[in-house]
Design a protein around this ligand. Structure first.
Ligand code: EPU
Length: 417
């Protein structure tokens, strides 16, 4: 199993380009199921989750060609098997995103229930409830969601909780439904907007994406289109947090600063100096780190996917930070590992009280999920001596060439097998 070995204590300096967003690419790959014509995508990140989605769609009968440099064309001329098997769904929950498009296009679908995962229970009841409201008959049998319909019908649906993939699933389903669908309490994440832009390019009629009320006029068919995947705001935030923690000065290109304002504000509060253009972010951190308290919440508030990385930053601040996780019930597994590096953290329920310490010291640690792994990389970059991070397959699911990019900025980091 691959490990990362980091020699900490070096500042990060230089320039790197941000990759395409994992959480925009995954739903947009599924949107290819909605048309028999080719969907041409650019800026698709090379990640294990994207490879898993590719395998899933290929098994259904989608023809996929990759021409390098993040170009991918998907053609779902015929869907042979509207099925997402357990073996793939268990490795990647985002497979649930096939449910809405399959049901809309094939009028039937069989998708394995995702089950629990490391960061929490993560039910899919809102996806199911929404599709039922649109007229789907859904049975849960032998661990599968078995869904069928004569044709989905437009409805007004109010989500009980704000759910990103739930919103994306119903948005895709609604594009081919009969009549108008109104999604209330919809997720406002930039990835939902990116998906909506791709669907509009395919001929869908959507208004309000990026607000909590999305209106979709169903059409009879969608056509092929081209779309560039938006920059990954969480990868961007992770590099910014790394520079803020390690010190130094770096520029991120191909970024979209407007998609991570809450993160940029918190980094400034922590003592970083940040300037932006439309697609670049320049960060430097020379002085002391200040404590930053935060609470995760749906967009545009502070993202849960950046909570762990900020905790790594807080471990070295000159004071106490209070970090509260409100989205997932079990997303503090990095705390134990940070403590192995010498961090002073106390957890009470879903809140971590982080007292900054003058130094962290390198040790062997274990990655438990994607963003927890990124947190440990940041901690390793600031710890004295050598830190070895085990189980980095989590990182490979969601970060493109992380160690190469960090090495470009001057980090001493290597992968060992
Ligand atoms: N929830 C329900 N019922 C549902 C759906 C969600 O109760 O039917 C709850 C969840 O249990 C959770 C909350 O609603 O407490 C929000 O979950 P959401 O559905 O928004 O999460 P998701 O769509 O499964 C996406 C990202 C996650 C990110 C969350 C929150 C993708 C593929 N995944 O997950 O990304 O943390 O939104 O922003 O878009 C990651 O990239 O590391 C990652 C975990």
């Amino acid at each position: 199993m691959d490990k990362l070995v980091i020699e900490g204590g070096r500042p990060l300096d230089g320039s790197i380009a941000v990759s395409g967003a994992k959480n925009a690419a995954l739903p947009i790959l599924c949107a290819s199921l909605l048309t028999e014509e080719p969907l041409a995508l650019t800026h698709v990140p090379h990640l294990n989750d994207v490879r898993t989605m590719r395998t899933l769609l290929s098994q259904m009968g989608v023809r996929i060609e990759e021409s390098g440099g993040g170009h991918m064309t998907l053609e779902a001329a015929r869907i042979e098997w509207p099925l997402a098997p357990y073996e793939l769904v268990k490795t990647m929950r985002a497979s649930i995103l096939a449910l809405g498009p399959l049901l809309a296009r094939c009028r039937e679908a069989r998708v394995s229930l995702p089950g629990g995962c490391a960061i929490g229970l993560r039910p899919v009841d809102q996806h199911v409830k929404g599709l039922q409201a649109m007229g789907a008959e859904i049975d849960l049998d032998h661990g599968f969601i078995a869904a069928r319909t004569t044709r989905l019908k437009g409805v007004r649906f109010v989500f009980d909780v704000v759910t990103v993939t739930g919103t994306e699933n119903l948005l895709m389903a609604a594009t081919l439904a009969e009549g108008t669908t109104i999604l209330e309490n919809a997720a406002r994440e930039p990835e939902v907007v990116d998906l909506a832009e791709c669907l509009v390019a395919m001929g869908a009629r959507i208004a309000g994406a990026g607000t909590d009320r999305i209106v979709v006029e169903g059409v009879d068919r969608l056509r092929g289109a081209s779309h560039r995947i938006m920059p990954d705001r969480i990868e961007t935030g992770t590099f910014l947090a790394a520079v803020a923690a390690a010190g130094g000065e770096a520029t991120l290109t191909d970024a979209r600063p407007s998609s991570l304002e809450s993160v940029i504000d918190k980094l400034a509060e922590a003592g970083a100096t940040i300037s932006t253009t439309k697609d670049t972010i320049r960060i430097s951190r020379k002085g002391a780190l200040a404590p930053t308290s935060l609470r995760t919440a749906p967009y545009p508030a502070f993202p849960t996917d950046m909570q762990a990385q900020f905790m790594a930053l807080a471990t070295r601040a000159g004071g106490t930070s209070v970090i509260t996780e409100t989205i997932f019930e079990n997303r503090m597994m990095h705390v134990q590992e940070l403590k192995r590096l010498g961090a002073d953290i106390e957890v009470e329920g879903s809140t971590a009280i982080v007292r900054g310490v003058p130094r962290l010291t390198g040790a062997n640690v274990m990655a438990t999920d994607l963003r927890a792994s990124a947190c440990l990389v940041i901690a390793g970059l600031v710890a004295d001596g050598e830190t070895t991070i085990d189980r980095i397959y989590h990182l490979d699911r969601g970060y493109e060439r992380l160690e190469e990019k960090l090495a470009t900025l001057g980090a001493t980091i290597r992968r060992v097998r």
